[in-house]
Ligand binder design. Structure first.
Ligand code: ADP
Ligand code: MG
Length: 257
């Protein structure tokens, strides 16, 4: 190979030509004349976790709801795997977007067993469904609770079942809105790590919303810092943390500690 054209360099070029799993372009949403999401653009590759980090009320959940398709943008586009999912005239319905959702208050169905909760969104033969449910419950360490009901589980266990349920149909994209904020500190780190491992294995593109810098630092390959509806800084966690763009970012990081 010629000098200056090493393998690392080639790998960089290959990455650039990959199609993003999720791309949002210039997304805008206003309520009563106020832009709560103001020209937001993001690109997420397969297997990448991007944390949308910002204070309460800055527009994170509204951004996520537009990507999920349960809220319409005023302008801007959403693309998945190089295909248009939604602009102001064309719209793929939420259930056909290949998106998995995990929210703090996205409760399990109380009247269904753990196994039936995980099987809920699956199609295919009974045998295939059983195999997929068994595999996922094994991977989140909940196989022995397959026949339990949600109220018989701890908060952390319920969250692990919710993760298995969201991943069961093999979503292309996973949207997570403060998924760990209801859990106590003792459990949280373990579940975060387990969640990351599973998401990476499935090669899902993840957009994880949080208001906690520490969570974004721990989980994100990339952090997109949001304030007043805008992305004010974006990059690797270490870079965002060590080179904040302005004073407001410095105090956001330090107030949280
Ligand atoms: P975050 O998730 O960052 O806390 P949200 O996206 O939930 O922020 O909300 C951003 C802003 O938009 C907030 O000021 C909120 O009150 C406002 N908002 C969200 N949804 C609506 C709605 N349906 N009608 C009016 N205002 C809304
Ligand atoms: Mg929110």
């Amino acid at each position: 190979m010629p000098d200056g054209f090493d393998r690392e360099h080639l790998r960089g070029l290959v990455t650039v030509t990959q199609t993003p799993r999720l791309e949002i372009r210039n997304l805008v949403r206003a309520f009563e004349g106020r832009r709560v999401v103001d020209d937001v653009s993001l690109t997420i590759m397969p297997g990448q976790v991007t944390c949308l980090l910002g204070p309460s009320g800055c527009g994170k959940s509204t951004t996520l709801r537009m990507i999920a398709g349960v809220e319409m943008q005023d302008s801007g586009e959403i693309w998945a795997d190089g295909q248009l999912v939604c602009d102001t005239v064309f719209r793929v319905p939420p259930e056909r977007r290949g998106i998995g959702l995990m929210f703090q208050d996205f409760a399990l169905f109380p009247h269904l067993t753990v196994a039936k909760n995980v099987a809920f969104g699956l199609s295919g033969s009974q045998e295939d469904k059983r195999a997929r449910v068994g595999e996922l419950l094994e991977r989140v360490d909940m196989a022995r609770h397959a026949e339990s009901y949600p109220h018989q589980l701890s908060g952390g266990e319920q969250q692990r079942v919710a993760l298995a349920r969201a991943l069961a149909p093999q979503p292309r994209i996973m949207l997570m809105d403060e998924p760990f904020s209801g859990l106590d500190n003792r459990l949280r780190d373990g579940i975060r790590d387990q969640t990351l491992t599973l998401l990476k294995e499935e090669d899902t593109a993840v957009l994880l919303v949080t208001h906690e810098p520490e969570e974004a630092m721990r989980m994100g390959d990339e952090i997109a810092l949001m304030r007043n509806g805008k992305i004010v800084q974006q990059g690797a966690p270490y870079n965002v943390y060590t080179r904040p763009v302005d004073r407001a970012t410095v105090s956001f990081f330090s107030d949280a500690n």
